[in-house]
Design a protein around this ligand. Structure first.
Ligand code: HEC
Ligand code: HEC
Ligand code: HEC
Ligand code: HEC
Length: 149
C-alpha cells in the first residue's frame, strides 16, 4: 500500500474525500479505499464486518424500531457518536467499517496526514461489541492483527 499508485490517486482522493465527508468526521470505508486500495479490497472481500448491515437487514422485519436501534450500536459505524444515523441518510456508514477501529477519519482522509489517524486499535475498543454475551468470536483477541485486513 506504500506504492506509487497511492500517491498517484491521492490528489483525486483528497477532492473526493472532502465531498464525501459527512456526519462529524466520519467518511465511510469507501472514502478510505480511495488511498488504501489494498486494505479496502481485502476488507470488503474477507471481513464479515464489511457486510454487517446485511445481518441486521435480514432480521429487520421481525424487529421494533427500538430493537433495531440496539443493533446499530454494533453493526454500523459510529452510531450515537456522530456517525451512522439511518440507512437513508448515512448509507456509507451502514456496515462496521475502517473507522470502527481507526477512529473517525475525515481529518486524516483530507490529505492523508498519518498523525491524524489511530494506527493500532485497543482491545477495549473491540470489547464494546465483542463482549461476553457474544462469546462466539471471543477468540478474537489473538486475531487483533488479522480480523481486519
Ligand atoms: C488522501 C489519501 C488518504 C485517504 C483518503 C485516507 N488515507 Fe490513510 N493514509 C494516507 C497516507 C498518505 C498515509 C501515510 C503513509 C502510509 O502509511 O502509507 C496514511 C496512513 C494511514 C494509517 C497508518 C497511520 C500510521 O500512523 O502509520 C492508517 C491506519 C490509515 N491511513 C487509515 C485510514 C482510514 C481509516 C481512512 C478513512 C477514514 C484513510 N486512512 C483515508 C492517505 C490517505
Ligand atoms: C462496532 C462494533 C464492533 C467493534 C468495535 C469491533 N467489531 Fe469485530 N465484528 C463486529 C460485527 C458486528 C461482526 C460480525 C459481522 C456480521 O457477521 O454481520 C464482527 C466480526 C469480527 C470477526 C469475525 C471474522 C471477520 O473477519 O469478520 C473478528 C475476528 C473481529 N470482528 C475482530 C475484531 C477486533 C480484533 C476488533 C477490535 C480491534 C473488533 N472486531 C471490533 C463488530 C465490531
Ligand atoms: C453488543 C454488540 C451487538 C449487538 C447489540 C448486536 N450484535 Fe449482531 N453480532 C455482534 C457480533 C460481535 C457478531 C459476530 C459474531 C459473534 O461474535 O457472535 C454478531 C453477529 C450477528 C449475526 C450473525 C452473522 C453471521 O455471519 O453469522 C447476525 C444475524 C446478527 N449479529 C444480527 C443482529 C441483530 C438483528 C441485532 C439487533 C437485534 C444485533 N445483531 C445486535 C454484535 C452485536
Ligand atoms: C477490526 C479492526 C480494523 C478494521 C475494521 C480496519 N483496520 Fe486497519 N488496522 C487494524 C490493525 C490491528 C492494524 C495493524 C496496526 C499495527 O500493527 O501497526 C491496522 C493497520 C492499518 C494500516 C497501516 C498499514 C498496515 O496495513 O499495517 C492502514 C493504512 C489501515 N489499517 C487501513 C484500514 C482501512 C482502509 C480499513 C477499512 C477498509 C481498515 N484499516 C479497517 C485494524 C483494523
Amino acid at each position: 500500500m506504500r506504492g506509487k499508485s497511492i500517491l498517484g490517486s491521492a490528489v483525486l482522493a483528497v477532492l473526493c474525500a472532502v465531498s464525501l465527508a459527512s456526519a462529524e468526521g466520519y467518511v465511510g470505508s469507501k472514502a478510505c479505499g480511495e488511498c488504501h486500495e489494498a486494505e479496502y479490497a481485502r476488507f470488503q472481500k474477507h471481513s464479515k464486518k464489511a457486510h454487517s448491515w446485511e445481518s441486521v437487514k435480514v432480521m429487520a422485519s421481525d424487529l421494533t424500531q427500538k430493537e433495531l436501534a440496539n443493533c446499530y450500536e454494533c453493526h454500523t459505524t459510529g452510531y450515537g457518536k456522530g456517525g451512522f444515523r439511518s440507512y437513508e441518510s448515512t448509507p456509507e456508514l451502514a456496515d462496521v467499517g475502517c473507522e470502527t477501529c481507526h477512529g473517525a477519519g475525515a481529518a486524516h482522509a483530507d490529505g492523508g496526514d498519518p498523525s491524524l489517524i489511530r494506527r493500532v486499535p485497543e482491545v477495549e475498543q473491540c470489547q464494546v461489541c465483542h463482549n461476553a454475551e457474544r462469546v462466539q468470536d471471543f477468540d478474537f483477541k489473538p486475531l487483533i492483527h488479522s480480523g481486519a485486513h
